[in-house]
Design a protein around this ligand. Structure first.
Ligand code: BMP
Length: 362
């Protein structure tokens, strides 16, 4: 698309279903703001997401900087964030910057304590190890989705469930394989018990797992009833350019990122970059841009704001959205350090949205 095309029109042509969803959401909420929720405790993170949720379309996390992160797959921090995402209408982007060989990044994406794929709609990759990391993540996502669909659809009954709510699950409960006619299935229940897949699905639903979302978007506590649940497809952003001074991502590297994205259009939503990288007619990528701040209220804007003394460089939403043609600004400390983060987020939302409007009506 050209820089003049509106988000709602791009939603019609986007290749990735999650990108199409996000563009519709942006149009609906009049927001192209992503909050980089870099706070140090899980409590702060959840409070912040609930407060700022109405102003944003994406919430970016670094789950590994958060202390007290609860890893429970259904009631933990990821699941609760996913619940807030449905309530306010935003997507969760775990800024994990996967950067290893294919096999390792697959394990990091779907496994471990964090099980990032279960709660993060979007993740990103640092493509330094090569394009295989992208292929590997795409493969892991496809497998995960297949299993998700299988778990939702299958209904076989073997044995009885132990408990109706996850909160009542005893210490020893967790994830293990249930065995029905020799088949291995992931299950939840008392160790050694056999639980039906149907029952599991009901369990998940009652526990508002991000993998089996309850249809809360249609509930009364949802502010954005005009939009349905996001599609189950997960999305990847390729880190193609960085905001930091002296980074090693040169033109050639950025171009290799664009090529990798084109090879995986059904999985790669777009880029974390400092400018628009769409150049061919088939490029329908979305661009999210960190290194964004506004000058203090009342001060004149000239496109840049002083850095943080640790290599970070800042440009204004007007410059990034209006001139460089990116779509979503990612703002952390600009909002977090304000006396009132909620109203500061609104200031960023309106400024970034104005920059978008003036771009498309030029
Ligand atoms: P802040 O707005 O407070 O400078 O935060 C920027 C956020 O974006 C951080 O979470 C950082 O990890 C991330 N980021 C960045 O600053 N530059 C990049 O090029 C890529 C990033 O992910």
């Amino acid at each position: 698309p050209t820089l003049l095309e509106t988000f709602s029109s791009r939603a019609q042509t986007a290749t990735h279903p999650l990108t199409a969803y996000l563009l519709r959401l942006m149009d609906l909420k009049a927001s192209n703001l992503c909050l980089s929720a870099d706070v140090s405790t899980a409590r702060e993170l959840l409070q912040l997401a609930d407060k700022v949720g109405p102003s944003i379309v994406v919430l970016k996390t670094h789950h590994d900087v958060v202390s007290g992160w609860d890893f429970h797959p259904h009631t933990g921090t990821g699941a609760r964030l996913a619940q807030l995402a449905r309530k306010h209408g935003f997507l969760i982007f775990e800024d994990r910057k996967f950067g290893d060989i294919g096999h390792t990044v697959q394990m990091q994406y779907v496994g471990g304590s964090a099980r990032i794929i279960d709660w993060a709609h979007i993740v990103n990759v640092n493509m330094v190890p090569g394009k295989a990391a992208v292929t590997a993540l795409a493969e892991a996502e496809a497998k995960w989705r297949e299993r998700y669909q299988y778990e939702v659809k299958t209904s076989v009954t073997v044995g009885t469930p132990r408990s109706d709510t996850f909160d009542e699950q005893p210490e020893e409960s967790g994830w293990w394989n249930t065995d029905e006619e020799g088949q291995n299935r992931e299950g939840v229940g008392r160790k050694g018990s056999i639980v039906s897949v149907t029952t599991l699905t009901q369990h998940y639903e009652s526990a508002t797992s991000p993998r089996f979302p309850r249809d809360e978007t249609k509930g009364e506590d949802c502010l954005y009833a005009g939009i349905d649940e996001p599609p189950i497809e997960r999305g990847l952003l390729i880190l193609a350019q960085m905001s930091s001074a002296g980074n090693f991502m040169n033109r050639e590297y950025t171009q290799a990122c664009v090529e990798a994205a084109r090879e995986h259009r059904r999985f790669v939503m777009g880029f974390v970059s400092q400018e628009s990288l769409n150049s061919e007619p088939d490029d329908h990528f979305i661009h999210m841009t960190p290194g964004c701040q506004l000058p203090p209220e009342g001060e004149e804007e000239n496109g840049t704001v002083a850095g943080d003394g640790l290599g970070q460089r800042y440009n204004t939403p007007q410059k990034l959205i209006g001139l460089c043609g990116t779509d979503i600004v990612i703002v952390g400390r600009g909002i977090l350090k304000a006396g009132d983060p909620q109203s500061e987020a609104e200031r960023y939302r309106t400024t970034a949205w104005k920059a978008y409007l003036s771009r498309v009506t030029k």
